[in-house]
Ligand binder design. Structure first.
Ligand SMILES: [Zn+2]
Length: 112
């Protein structure tokens, strides 16, 4: 299994910079480390036809969210509000993610 060095984490507010949802922003709901993809709220929805079952008692068409490559999104810095690349500050014991624009560390609350 390839372990992508993912700088985007669950709970990050991100801006989509590539693909059909370019310009949209949303929260990262899930990070798929195996293929370097992320699921972003209200981005890349696809309609899927489902048979009635436990999950969808009435069946029909549901909207599902597709993972998009993490390289298609940029972090929106919580400190300066700009879309930014994520840098690493390795001067501390634990490497911290930092915004390359304002140099403030980016700590994200983990959604449970
Ligand atoms: Zn910043």
């Amino acid at each position: 299994m390839i372990d992508y060095k993912m700088k985007i984490r669950k709970g990050d507010n991100v801006l989509v910079i590539l693909g059909k949802d370019r310009g949209k922003s949303g929260l990262v709901e899930r990070v798929v480390r195996e293929n370097g993809k992320v699921v972003v709220t209200s981005v890349q929805t696809a309609k899927k036809h489902v048979k009635p079952g436990k999950k969808y008692p009435s069946g029909g068409i549901v909207e599902i969210q597709m993972p998009i490559p993490a390289s298609n999104v940029m972090l929106i810095c919580p400190s300066c509000g700009k879309s930014t690349r994520v840098g690493m500050d390795r001067s501390k014991e634990r490497a911290l993610r930092i915004c390359v624009k304002c140099k403030k560390s980016v700590q994200t609350e983990v959604i449970k």
